[in-house]
Design a binder for this molecule. Structure first.
Ligand SMILES: [Zn+2]
Length: 332
């Protein structure tokens, strides 16, 4: 007969008062073995003695699990604490516990590898640690922004993780259905050399992880759509036209300058949105008016291309406004 909950609880209480002689099937975590901990979370071969109350404050899932005594509370006891077995990597759990306990730990998310943030987001989502999830997603929105100005901003460049790889960004966006990250993550992935796209990204242990087939497919699909758009715009869009100028000493916008700009924008696997100060330089013979006309054109063209990014992935007429509205983001 299965013991009734009250009998089971009584059995736990009895066991809690008696030191267990059974050798534990885990080793005590060096980072988390709190003297006054009242529950042990076992992940693989590692046990974390922690405080139910503290974890319950952060995680609805753990709170419910502790309240209901499921799964497994009371099935195993060690030093008076119930041992709860969780199917997470010990390394991920340790990271999550550190984030929840140490105020200074992980304040700068860029100090983590993107790969680590991926695991952290996964475990934060699983246990519904909402604040941490929001924090990571906000950071990802800075890495994979919906505004061109943010994409080009030094703030974003400075906040990049060391192992930043946009393909991993695509993978995260797809796995957690954070669609607002996709257009810029796909754009950046489309700019990578083919070899990098096929080989994937470096793991912390130095091994190469190939992109998932559906991720690679999305990248190549996006790249093709972008290339078609660029080809058509450069050919028929009326951008960067050759022109003469009546200003004294100015030879206007010559063929050489225009073809240099065309080559840049045609270039597959260039980050064509990145500012290149050498691009708009028609030579000494052009007057201020001609140079600023080129600069205006260049600014508008980048803006137009950026505006198209959602379409290259979602097709139809999806705009940034649509993508942001769905994500609850107000655009500037
Ligand atoms: Zn001129």
């Amino acid at each position: 007969m299965t013991p009734t909950p009250s009998l089971k609880r009584r059995r736990e209480e009895i066991q809690a008062n008696e030191p267990s002689n059974d050798p534990p099937n885990f080793k005590q975590s060096e980072d988390f073995w709190l003297e006054d901990g009242n529950i042990i979370l076992r992940c693989g071969a590692t046990g974390f003695r922690v405080n139910r109350g503290v974890l319950s404050l952060h995680s609805t899932v753990l709170k419910d699990m502790f309240t209901m005594g499921q799964p497994g509370a009371g099935d195993q006891m060690f030093e008076g604490c119930a041992v709860v077995t969780l199917h997470d990597e010990a390394e991920d759990m340790c990271l999550l516990l550190k984030m929840l306990h140490f105020r200074r730990f992980g304040r700068k998310l860029q100090e983590f590898r993107l790969e680590t943030l991926h695991s952290l987001l996964r475990i934060a989502r699983k246990y519904m640690v909402d604040e941490l999830q929001e924090e990571i997603v906000d950071y990802l929105k800075l890495m994979f922004p919906s505004e061109l100005a943010i994409y080009l901003s030094p703030t974003r460049i400075e906040a990049m993780c060391q192992d930043f790889n946009p393909m991993l960004g695509v993978e995260i966006a797809v796995e957690f259905d954070i669609q607002v990250l996709l257009p810029s993550a796909l754009y950046m992935s489309a700019c990578l050399p083919l070899r990098s796209q096929l080989d994937g990204f470096n793991n912390s242990d130095g091994t190469l992880v190939k992109p998932l087939p559906h991720v690679l497919r999305s990248i190549l699909f996006f790249q093709e759509n972008m290339q078609v758009w660029i080809d058509e715009e450069i050919e028929y869009g009326g951008w960067f036209e050759i022109s003469t100028c009546d200003h004294a000493g100015c030879r206007g916008i010559d063929h050489h300058t225009v073809s240099k700009i065309y080559r840049w924008y045609h270039g597959l696997r260039n980050d064509v949105l990145a500012l290149d100060s050498d691009l708009i330089r028609p030579g000494r013979s052009a007057c201020h008016r001609c140079v600023s006309r080129l600069e205006e054109d260049d600014k508008d063209y980048r803006f137009e291309l950026w505006g198209q990014l959602p379409r290259f992935h979602f097709l139809d007429d999806t705009t940034w406004d649509d993508v942001c509205r769905n994500a609850g983001i107000q655009r500037a």
